[in-house]
Design a protein around this ligand. Structure first.
Ligand code: ADP
Ligand code: MG
Length: 231
């Protein structure tokens, strides 16, 4: 069973067709890099796969749930790291993750190890999230995704705003998740890192998705002309 199966999917933001006929099939344990220019539709695609946007037309199934009918089930099952970190500013770091754990039926004891995993130091854990730096917030948001151990990780520019150590942690987390059988869609402009991590890449341009020629996309490229030319 595909983890993500989109056929001719159209998504409107207002009246703007942010996705205009997307075909995308992703299998379990793939790490798919979404690359493309600003405004191409990468964030929209990730939010759509997270069950936050409804399909205008076409078919879309994520983790076995039809996005026309079962978006709440999709929202509960995926882990989305968006531009907006979806944390409560007036709760502390620990309170935010405990809230998330409760909502996801995860033992509260696991909060500490998720924060350890993302290198969130003990002295920050009782600080309200509104007082954290952008990079610290991102680490906490990532700890929230790691805590929930979703089957599908949807990461929107996860390296952005992180220091070197944070970027390494993201890469380790993604590789570990895929090794455990989780599937990852990641939009990134940090191609040096993302290309090493990804098992496949696709291009998002003008609201559509085209397969790219690295690893498993099924495109024959005997001379390797298209591989990693932008590195
Ligand atoms: P990317 O993440 O690839 O930079 P986005 O998915 O954020 O691109 O945006 C895709 C397109 O949708 C852009 O042209 C953007 O201007 C447009 N867009 C985003 N949000 C809205 C909205 N609420 N209403 C109308 N258009 C939007
Ligand atoms: Mg974006």
């Amino acid at each position: 069973m595909s983890i993500v199966a989109l056929r001719d999917a159209v998504v409107l933001l207002g009246r703007f067709p942010a996705l205009s006929g997307v075909d995308l099939e992703v299998d379990a344990a793939e790490i798919v890099l979404l690359q493309g220019p600003n405004g191409a539709g990468k964030s929209t695609l990730l939010r759509f796969c997270a069950g936050l946007l409804r399909p205008h037309s076409g078919s879309a199934v994520v983790l076995g749930h039809d996005l026309r009918e079962s978006r709440p089930a999709v929202r509960r099952s995926v882990g989305l790291l968006g531009h907006d970190t979806a944390l409560y500013d007036d709760l502390t770091v620990t309170e935010n993750l405990q809230f998330l754990a409760r909502a996801s039926r995860i033992e509260p004891e696991e909060v500490g190890s998720a924060l350890d995993r993302l290198g969130v130091s003990a002295r920050l854990r009782d600080v309200v999230v509104g007082r954290l730096s952008a990079g610290q917030r991102r680490r906490v948001a990532l700890a929230g995704v790691a805590l929930r151990r979703p089957e599908l990780w949807l990461l929107d520019e996860p390296h952005a705003g992180l220091d070197q150590g944070g970027r390494d942690l993201v890469d380790g987390l993604v590789a570990e998740a895929a090794a455990d059988g989780a599937t990852v869609l990641v939009a990134s402009h940090d191609l040096d890192r993302a290309l090493d991590l990804a098992t496949r890449r696709v291009s998002v341009v003008g609201g559509t998705v085209t397969p790219d020629a690295v690893g498993g996309a099924g495109i024959v490229d005997p001379l390797g002309l298209s591989s990693r030319q932008e590195r």
